[in-house]
Design a protein around this ligand. Structure first.
Ligand SMILES: Nc1nc2c(c(=O)[nH]1)N[C@H]1C(S)=C(S)[C@@H](COP(=O)(O)OP(=O)(O)OC[C@H]3O[C@@H](n4cnc5c(=O)[nH]c(N)nc54)[C@H](O)[C@@H]3O)O[C@H]1N2
Ligand SMILES: Nc1nc2c(c(=O)[nH]1)N[C@H]1C(S)=C(S)[C@@H](COP(=O)(O)OP(=O)(O)OC[C@H]3O[C@@H](n4cnc5c(=O)[nH]c(N)nc54)[C@H](O)[C@@H]3O)O[C@H]1N2
Ligand SMILES: [Mo]
Length: 764
């Protein structure tokens, strides 16, 4: 590995950690005061409160935070936001500006040395900027010249496959549709996106087993379920409004099982900030907590399946044989596979007390309607796809899919990551989708699959790709193997970022680099035909509009659709598409979406209805005819094959309560009792004792993969409630340790939650 550390170096000095007590409950008054603090600091209080009042209301804008849905019916004034949604909007509506003058006085090489937190706090970018070859300062450029440069560089490539077009998941349906259209007319399917690092494993597993890559439940199902299993997810921080749905489940007598290496505060106890009567008592959420070792979920799920089947021998009602016989395929193969495993050995691997596992089995056995929710704790492992297929096995065994109160709930990350996929942001598009595009736009679409994120990095590293364009996101900080990825980006002829805020990806750049600043969700989008709105799809397949209300922070900002059409006009010289018409009136973009993508009939009309509309979902209806067997598929899956040597540990990279992916709101992780520091490693106290470590010792982390070592320096050791041999660090600081070749099979998602590390005490 390279020794030239520029992308992920540790700071000279750590920020000054303070330890606090781990709180017993999530949300409550503290979360309101934290929202107010962030909002006041970034935007000023009056503007901030005005913004919150519009967020997630039916005439307002979609929270740029997570993809958790809004209630279909009643929405309380000021209530449909959460602490972290407030932080997300504060971050976007910040008073801080990155102007051309800022770049005159700041060198790119100096800015690159700052932490992601310090870079982000510089604020919103106000003008299009260019970094010329050899220069250390960005300079202002006109939009026209920026588009022309992109057009020239793209047209100079030997093949369209030498260009890469990344997308993060905030991009609206309208912008995403135009972007993929432009890219395919240009001639490539190189459309990697943040999904490749996120729920790709879910999509792969669900399409194969249930015939749709999306989840099947709606928000209302939480009111009708007997049992919710939350596995590999930390909703208290990452999807706080989900806690309200879990509270509703409990209120109606439903139960909750949580499976996680950490006792995440939000899942244990919750004080609803929207219910003052409960500010002091709170609601207990989790009934059974299974504190599992990292990446032993497949082993646990297998054990649960075996124990359920054993129970079913005495009481056939424990499983749903009628559903199994009529709707599924592969049941006998599953049974044969389970016979090969020893239940006690499986449970032993998980590190969980057998009695607790038996309690969970009883609860599952007695429940007819089960929802399983999951996120990155399952999707970012080598055998991630197996984890999710095993979840499906459990639901199929119980007949818990395709009926009210039951089903799959992969909880999405970015607010429109699901919509972007629906719009065709995918490196492996389906033939039917390309056929429809070809018919509508009269061209020959590229059929060869493009690069996903990991393959895109490798292609840039080996100079097979030379132009990198990103629609949002922060590629260098979000991707694995930071030093390797930095080398890859630096080899590019041109890197282009369409962004709201300054981030590290603007500072680790190709020979030439552009920053194209765009409007945020909360801002008014004025085009020739008048004020526009955009639309997004949430985690449960509801498409609805999002309408900004604030004046744009600079006259120079363009909307994402305007930027895409600008790039398209400059690149595709004889294009038959009337790009300016689409830019002037987004209704025309929606007409094109309607003409090419199923489920969008009367799009313009339906999206104007308050609350939007549901997209079709076969699994929700219990129709599995779209799989290769035309039935729901049981599958046979493997458990983790990672072998740790003595003094090696598994490390998961997780989010703090004060960040949105690579956007760092603050330096605290309140729910885990860590204040003012991000370079920490959580360890089991017995493991610390064995290594002779004390609380707050400074250590270096070394990852081990196929004989290679990677190093991240200066982390403080924190004793924590985590199973033995398991550790946790924060993303993105620890991404430098995630090997580019360590990926999930089938989905190619970086295995950023199973990193094998050793830990060395520092002498300084
Ligand atoms: N405020 C805020 N909201 C966000 C985001 C954010 O950064 N900040 N990010 C958004 C995005 S893009 C996404 S994808 C989601 C992410 O939402 P999450 O998936 O909740 O995010 P992570 O912090 O990665 O947390 C993973 C959880 O899985 C657990 N875990 C890790 N490994 C394992 C394992 O092997 N087995 C089990 N059972 N559990 C495990 C961890 O302890 C942790 O609780 O949130 C979205 N919402
Ligand atoms: N080690 C490790 N790595 C991970 C993960 C992990 O758990 N562990 N999680 C992975 C996951 S789940 C994900 S989704 C990825 C996230 O990867 P990305 O989506 O690439 O990263 P973000 O940090 O969400 O992107 C933030 C940037 O987006 C820009 N932005 C914000 N709003 C807008 C907008 O409205 N329009 C435009 N054009 N730009 C905007 C801002 O400039 C901001 O700096 O990271 C992945 N990386
Ligand atoms: Mo994500």
């Amino acid at each position: 590995m390279s020794t030239k550390k520029t992308a992920a170096q540790p700071p000279e000095k750590l920020t000054g950690i303070k330890l606090a007590k781990v709180p017993k409950t999530a949300a409550g008054l503290k979360s309101i005061s934290s929202s107010v603090k962030h909002i006041s600091k970034e935007t000023g209080l009056a503007k901030g409160i005005g913004l919150l009042a519009k967020m997630n209301q039916k005439d307002g804008f979609d929270c740029p935070g997570c993809a958790w849905p809004d209630p279909d019916e009643k929405r309380a004034f000021l209530a449909e936001y959460c602490e972290n949604g407030a932080k997300a909007i504060a971050e976007e509506a910040t008073k801080n500006r990155v102007s051309p003058l800022f770049f005159t006085t700041h060198k790119v090489s100096e800015l690159a040395k700052l932490s992601d937190y310090d870079i982000g706090k510089k604020g919103r970018i106000t003008h299009p900027m260019i970094l010329n070859e050899g220069s250390d300062h960005y300079e202002q450029i006109s939009w026209r010249n920026a588009f022309d440069l992109i057009g020239r560089e793209l047209n100079a490539l030997n093949s369209p496959n030498e260009a890469i077009f990344y997308t993060s998941g905030r991009t609206s349906n309208e912008a995403a549709f135009l972007y993929q259209l432009f890219v395919r007319l240009y001639g490539t399917n190189n459309l990697p996106d943040c999904s490749n690092m996120c729920h790709e494993s879910s999509g792969a597993a669900l399409s194969e087993t249930l015939g749709i890559g999306k989840g099947s439940v709606t928000l209302d199902d939480f009111n009708h379920t007997d049992l919710v299993i939350v596995i590999g997810q930390n909703p208290g921080t990452n999807h706080p409004r989900m806690l309200s749905a879990l509270k509703d489940t409990k209120k109606r007598g439903g139960k909750i099982i949580t499976i996680n290496p950490l006792p995440e505060v939000g899942l244990m106890q919750f004080k609803d900030p929207q219910n003052p009567l409960k500010w002091f008592s709170g609601d207990k959420l989790t009934d059974i907590f299974l504190q599992i070792k990292i990446n032993e979920d497949a082993a646990l799920l297998k054990a649960l399946l075996i124990l359920l089947l054993e129970k079913a021998e005495k009481d056939p009602d424990v499983i749903d044989l009628e559903f199994i016989n009529s709707k599924t395929h592969g049941y006998q193969d599953l049974i044969q596979d389970l016979k090969k495993h020893d239940t006690d050995e499986l449970i032993e691997r998980t590190g969980i007390d057998k009695n607790l596992v038996l309690e969970a089995v009883n609860l599952i056995a007695n429940s007819k309607k089960i929802i399983i929710c999951w996120a990155m704790g399952l999707t970012q492992h080598k055998n991630a796809v197996d984890n999710i297929r095993e979840i499906v096995n459990l639901l199929l065994l119980k007949g818990s899919i395709g009926k009210k109160g039951a089903g799959t709930c992969p909880v999405r990350g970015h607010s429109n990551v699901q919509g972007d996929r629906t719009m065709g942001i995918w490196e492996k598009p389906k033939h039917a989708f390309l056929d429809a595009l070809e018919k509508e736009f009269d061209f020959k679409a590229p059929r060869e699959h493009g690069y996903d994120v990991v393959n895109a990095i490798n292609a840039m590293h080996s100079a097979k790709a030379k132009v990198f364009i990103a629609m949002g996101g922060n590629f260098i900080s979000a991707t694995p193997d930071t030093e390797y990825t930095a080398e890859a980006l630096r080899k590019c002829e041109l890197t282009v970022h369409i962004s709201t805020k300054l981030n590290r990806s603007h500072l680790i750049h190709g020979k030439k680099a552009l920053i194209l600043p765009c409007l945020g969700r909360s801002e008014k989008d004025l085009q020739k035909s008048g004020e526009q709105f955009v639309s997004v799809e949430n985690s449960m397949g509801v498409v609805h509009q999002s309408h900004g209300h604030l004046p744009p922070l600079s006259q120079e900002l363009l909307s994402e659709p305007a930027i895409v059409t600008g790039m398209a006009e400059a690149t595709l010289k004889d294009s038959k598409v009337d790009w300016s018409a689409l830019r002037n009136n987004y209704d025309l973009i929606r007409e094109k979406i309607e003409a090419t993508i199923p489920g969008f009939d009367n799009y313009n009309q339906k999206v104007r209805k308050k609350g939007g509309f549901y997209l079709p979902n076969n699994a929700r209806k219990g129709d599995f005819s779209t799989t290769f067997t035309q039935k729901a598929n049981f599958t046979v899956n493997s458990i983790s094959d990672i072998q740790l040597e003595e003094n090696q540990f598994l490390m998961m990279t997780i989010r703090t309560h004060d960040q949105y992916n690579t956007t760092i709101y603050g330096l605290d992780d309140r729910y885990r009792g860590i204040l003012n520091e991000r370079r920490v490693v959580f360890m089991n106290a017995h493991d610390m004792h064995d290594l002779g470590f004390q609380k707050l010792d400074t250590v270096d982390l070394i990852s081990h993969f196929k004989g290679q070592e990677r190093r991240a320096e200066k982390f403080l050791v924190i004793p924590y409630s985590i199973p033995r041999k398991c550790t946790a660090t924060y993303f993105p600081e620890a991404n430098v340790l995630v090997p580019i070749k360590s990926v999930a099979h089938t989905s190619n998602t970086p295995a950023s939650k199973t990193v094998v590390i050793s830990i060395k005490k520092r002498q300084d």
